[in-house]
Design a protein around this ligand. Sequence first.
Ligand code: AMP
Ligand code: ZN
Length: 473
Amino acid sequence: MMLSIYNTLSRKKEEFKPIDPNEVKIYVCGPTVYDYFHIGNARSFIMSDIIRRYLEYKNYNVKFVMNLTDVDDKIIKKSIEEKRSSNKVAEDYITAFMEDIAKLKIKKASVYPKATEHMTDIVDLIKALESKGYAYNIEGNVFYDVAKFKDYGKLSGKKTDDLEVGARIEINEEKKNPLDFSLWKKAKEGEPYWDSPWGNGRPGWHIECSAMSCKHLGETFDIHAGGNDLIFPHHENEIAQSEAAHDKKFVNYWIHFGFLNINNEKMSKSLGNFFTAREILKLYPAEAIRLAFAQTHYGGPLNFSDDLLASAQKGLEKLNNLTEKILEELKHAPAGGVLPDLEISEFKQNFESAMDDDFNTPQASAVIFDFVREVNKAISENQNLGAEFYSGLLEFLRKTAEGVLGILDIKSITDKEHGALESDLIELLIKLRTDAKQNKNYALSDKIRDELKALGVILQDSKEKTTYKISKN
Ligand code: AMP
Ligand code: ZN
């Protein structure tokens, strides 16, 4: 089936055709690592993860690159506040970022390029722009000359004339044009710097993404994504840099995520109206957060609230209960039992046509919940359903709810069940030991206690009853 994607560049849905028919190359703008990321950032990260998982579901190899901005004004500010190097600040928040995305069940990127590890690529790209006349140097500060790039504004739809009228001219800037932006910033006292043909300094933010995407995905690649706030100026500037340097189209499909809002205002660090992803993960499982996000199309705004997550969690109970039931039934369902009148392939088709329509996750999640309802009905109306039926159900859920949307974790349900079985077995042994003691069979009761101890299960006797604790070592 054909996948269509809404392309910010053309402002319409287009049929998706990757450059290489087997491999899709995606670049997503990642975090600036100066703090824990908030649940608004998490929306962009989760929706890009779902897009990637669906492309993999469609059997593409996906090369997924997410950059880490590890040199930036905000990182420097934090390092001054905390009296430690900006390197250390970035390093700690990269570790926290990796922990949080793993908890959100976001698949690891193929590469997480860091700006500080790509200085040669960045400097080379600025040199190329300078030699082609797109960049100018004013005493160690290098700027991009926006007037030279005739397509400037094609992504955001902004016209340079309107922009110039609206732009504020920053004080102490010697730029030719207020729209010109920094490619290289001259080092200031106490800031980290790198050597360059223009003197010591550090790169501007936009050039990092142009240099790192080219290094890892080539001069032209398939998909570039990020939040709506990045369309202008960040992505507009990336296009200006990459296309001027390479004389080639930079990206074929631009995908932008709507904001996660609070009281209809964008959640952001600067407004102070944010919750970190780690705070929310203490209250709700990753699956509930992912379902809450999947129930709104990635392109539209979404208002964040406690109700949003609570109702997603409630919905998940139905899915988890059904999965538990399937796993249970699979233990004793007969081979060649009854097959009810329920076409799993129809649900699969509906799921795929929803996702093929510009990753319509609200529709795709609705298909999963229709499925839960219909399967429950079939189970209650039929007896002796066969193993083949149950394994078909599990397979469908494994590929869609778990594999693509990430709103189900089958292993955690199996583990929970095993955990319940384990405690039932320990209780049974405790009961047998109590019986042995009552029968004065102390050899047996001691043997049970010692053998359990060897397995790390410590029995604690009190007057009324025996309890146990598990010792990890
Ligand atoms: P930052 O660390 O601010 O550069 O943001 C990392 C990613 O999160 C970028 O793709 C942003 O566009 C995205 N982002 C930031 N705030 C929000 C929000 N409130 N809702 C959705 N995405 C956001
Ligand atoms: Zn970027």
